[in-house]
Design a protein around this ligand. Sequence first.
Ligand code: 13P
Ligand code: SF4
Length: 302
Amino acid sequence: MSEWQRRIEELKREKNAVILAHYYVDGEVQQAADYIGDSFYLSKIATGVSADTIVFCGVSFMGESAKILNPEKTVLMPDETADCPMAHMADIGKIQRLREEYEDLAVVCYINSTAELKCYSDVCVTSSNAMKIVKKLPNKNIFFIPDENLGRYIAGQVPEKNFIFNDGFCHVHAEVSPDQVKAAKESHPAAKFLAHPECREEVLELADFIGSTSEIIEYASACEAEEYIIGTELGVLYELKEKNPDKAFFAAGPVLCCPNMKKISLEKIVHVLETGENELHVSEEVRRRAYAPLERMLELAK
Ligand code: 13P
Ligand code: SF4
C-alpha cells in the first residue's frame, strides 16, 4: 500500500467518509475506492451510503447526482474542474419549443447532463437502463438529450416511439472510427468487439456486444473468448484485467482516454479529505427540480 493510500484509509475513518469511483478513473484511484461502478450503480449506491461524506471520483454530473439524491451528505470532488463536456450539450430553449410542439413529449435526459438540464427533463436514464425506461414511458414522442449516439441506439431498440435527437456527443467515444475498429479486428481476428453506446452508429454496427461500462466488464468476464477489442474509455481495463488475468484486451482506437476522468488522483483525494475543499453545492430550488427525474429513473429501472 502506498503512502497516499495509507493516508486515505486514515482520513476515511477520521471523517466517516466513503469513496465512490467510476470505471474511467485511473486504476490506483479505483483501488482506493469503496464502491466502483458505472453511472447507474454509483447513483444507486449514493442513495444508500451511511457515511457522512462521499468523495466522488468522477466528473461533476456524477457528484451532482449524488448530492441531489443525498442532500444531507457532504459531497467532495477531488478535482472540481473535472467536467464532462457532453453534459452541457443541450439547449433549454429547444426543450421548451419542443414541449409546445408535441403535447405528449417526454424529455429523456442521459445522466451525463448538468443539474440544470435535469430540471427541465421528465426522466433520467443511464446507458444500462435507457432502453427499459424508454419502453415503460407512456409517451410516444421522446426528446433524447444530450447524447445523439446513445439516443439513436435506443431508438433502434424501441421502434414504436418517435425520437427527436439532439446533437450532443462524447468526444472520447465519437473519436472511434469504423476504420480503426476494422484494423483492430484484422490484427486480432478472434477478438470480440465490445462497444459503449456513446460510440457512433457505424461503429456500433461492427460490435459483438453493446453495453454500459459494467455490462462490458460483465460480458467479457462471462464470455469464453480469450481476446477482446474494447470500444470504451480505457479505465475499464483495470477491472477487466483484475477479473480476467488470462484474457487479452486491445483498444479500439488510439485516443480512448477521458481527460476529465484522468484528473482525479490519490493526492487530490487526500487534499479534499484533509481540507474539506471542493465541496459540491446545489441550490435547493435546482435540487428539488432535478431530483424528480432522477427519482423516476430509480423507480422505473426497478
Ligand atoms: P456508464 O458508466 O453508464 O457506462 O457511462 C459511461 C460514461 O461515459 C460515464 O461518463
Ligand atoms: Fe463525458 Fe465522455 Fe468523459 Fe464520459 S467519457 S465523462 S461522456 S467526456
